[in-house]
Design a protein around this ligand. Structure first.
Ligand code: BMX
Length: 287
């Protein structure tokens, strides 16, 4: 493999897909396409290939940061409401055939957590990354290693009612659904705008989400005691959200609350993280 070649990095979230050419820690080209939920994975990757066509020959491997559960190269939805993926979709096999190059796949929040660890707010230290977005995801770097598989799927945790996932009472998708239930046909961004304009119904929705995330942060502190929790995602980085979460964390007695900080890499966290992970495999494969 040409050591200087880039990686094609793809971040498939429940709402949009980011396709980028990443060389080292630099995003040299990028494009965003909607994740057309009704189409399914084969179409999503055909759209990725079309978007990346102009970059052919410039990348030596493919990195896939995908919402959902990845294990042994197979991809499944943990919560189809976030994105419907057919069970055990052969992700690595399909993408390696499509591009004729080695591919690496991790959950999107795990990849973003690795990005923030290596290049962002994590400053090379252990961390727990939370993305509050269409769903709620997480990435855990412990003793310098990124935990894989189910690790970080905080959005699927339950608290009392085992049929109600955390993300179905705190994510961007929940905010919009709760607003609609109260008669306001708006998206999560508009809920924040209404809250900022002093609308009590909107403030209560934002507060409710922040309270659930604050409770999660306390539980993470008691489970893993990380140096910091890094929060990203469209909801996580919305104005005032992290401040609300910080104010609502009830630390365990005797110790201060866990450090909670903003993700620094924004929408690039997942692609920078997965590019680093893919580069390692590409080099190993002698690609
Ligand atoms: C869900 C789950 C996680 C994902 C998280 C954030 C699915 C399809 N996704 O909990 O794997 O990390 O949402 O997803 O089960 P995002 O699309 O909001 O980034």
């Amino acid at each position: 493999m040409d050591q200087d070649k880039a990686i094609l990095a793809v971040d498939i979230g429940g709402t949009k897909t980011l396709v980028a050419l990443v060389r080292g820690s630099a995003v040299v080209a990028e494009a965003t396409v909607p994740t057309r939920r009704e189409d399914g994975p084969d179409h999503w990757f055909a759209a990725v290939a079309a978007t990346a066509a102009a970059w052919r020959g410039q990348f030596s491997g493919v990195g896939l940061a995908v919402t959902g559960f990845v294990r042994n190269g197979l991809w499944s939805a943990m919560n189809p409401a976030t994105l419907g993926i057919p069970p055990d979709y052969p992700l690595i096999d399909r993408v390696e055939r499509l591009f004729g190059l080695p591919a690496v796949a991790f959950n999107d929040a795990q990849a973003a957590g690795w990005g923030e660890h290596t290049l962002g707010a994590g400053q090379g230290q252990d961390l727990v990354f939370l993305t509050i977005s269409t769903g709620i995801g997480g990435g855990i770097v412990l003793n310098g290693r990124l935990l894989e598989g189910l690790a970080g799927h905080f959005g699927l945790t339950t608290d009392g009612d085992d049929t109600l996932f955390l993300e179905d009472r705190a994510s961007g998708r929940w905010m919009a659904a709760e607003a609609r239930r109260q008669g306001h046909a708006v998206d999560a961004r508009q809920v924040f705008a209404a809250a900022a304009a002093g609308e009590a119904w909107a403030g209560d929705i934002v507060e409710g989400s922040a309270r659930s995330v604050a409770r999660l942060c306390r539980n993470i502190q008691l489970t893993l005691d990380p140096p910091r929790i890094v929060i990203g995602g469209g909801i996580g980085l919305a104005d005032g959200f992290i401040e609300r979460v910080r104010g609502l964390v009830v630390p365990p007695s005797l110790v201060p609350p866990v450090s909670i900080c903003r993700a620094e890499l924004g929408v690039h966290a997942g692609i920078l993280g997965i590019a680093d992970l893919a580069r390692a495999k590409s080099l190993h494969a002698g690609g």
